[in-house]
Design a protein around this ligand. Structure first.
Ligand code: E4P
Length: 217
């Protein structure tokens, strides 16, 4: 299982990465803006999360033309070999993705809402494809069934593209996705914090601690 943190807030990210539970960090321009991380500091941001144990860090390229997406994506990839470049599932994004893949750059096709888009991601050699589970559910469709269908299509075609489920709204989503064979999931740090706050586990641990202190006397 690979769990990712979808955030650019180092004060939240670093203590969570320290646990060793999380495989990497995903960002996008909205997440960067929210945490006031300028593009000029992405190199330092990558260094900080990688030094804290992240094995991958995702940055999204931007631009309206394939060439702009490709050139900026290439610069992002050159920040560190563990950078994964995100591109939207648009004509321009997929075109730039194909070019980056040819250069050996690891890519993730993002903003995915419909099963056929995972086939496009697979066709351009994407390492990951990111369906937005919560937003699909918000649109009135059954996001769980749709993401499951995407996973089946990739598995049955023996694609090397992996689903990275995004737009997660609760810890229950993680289990539902895992039941459908989804191994990579990214979610906000507020959900990550809740994973360590199961009340009955905390209560049992407190009782163990108290007993241990008494028998240690
Ligand atoms: C991924 O890049 C997005 O940040 C995210 O998964 C979207 O989540 P939201 O639907 O909660 O905004």
């Amino acid at each position: 299982m690979r769990l990712y943190l979808d955030s650019a807030d180092l004060s939240n990210l670093l203590p969570l990465l320290e646990t060793g539970v999380f495989y990497g960090v995903t960002t996008n321009p909205l997440v960067l803006r929210e945490s006031r991380v300028p593009l000029s500091s992405l190199g330092n941001f990558a260094k900080a999360v990688l030094a804290q144990g992240a094995k991958e860090v995702y940055f999204q390229t931007w631009g309206e033309k394939p060439q702009e997406l490709l050139e900026r994506g290439r610069k992002l990839a050159h920040l560190d070999e563990r950078v994964v470049v995100k591109l939207p599932a648009t004509r321009e994004g997929l075109s730039a993705a194909a070019g980056l893949h040819k250069e050996g750059i690891k890519i993730c096709i993002t903003a995915v809402y419909t099963p056929f888009q995972v086939l496009l991601a697979s066709a351009v050699g994407a390492a990951y494809v990111a369906p937005y589970l919560g937003r699909i559910n918000d649109s009135g469709r059954d996001g769980y069934a749709i993401v499951s269908k995407m996973a089946q299509a990739l598995a049955h075609t023996k694609s090397s593209t992996e689903i990275l489920a995004a737009s997660i709204r609760s810890s229950a989503d993680l289990v539902t996705l895992a039941q459908d064979g989804i191994r990579c999931i990214t979610f906000p740090t507020r959900i990550a914090e809740r994973l360590f706050a199961e009340p009955m586990t905390l209560e049992a641990t407190q009782a163990f601690e108290q007993a241990a202190q008494e028998v240690a006397k």
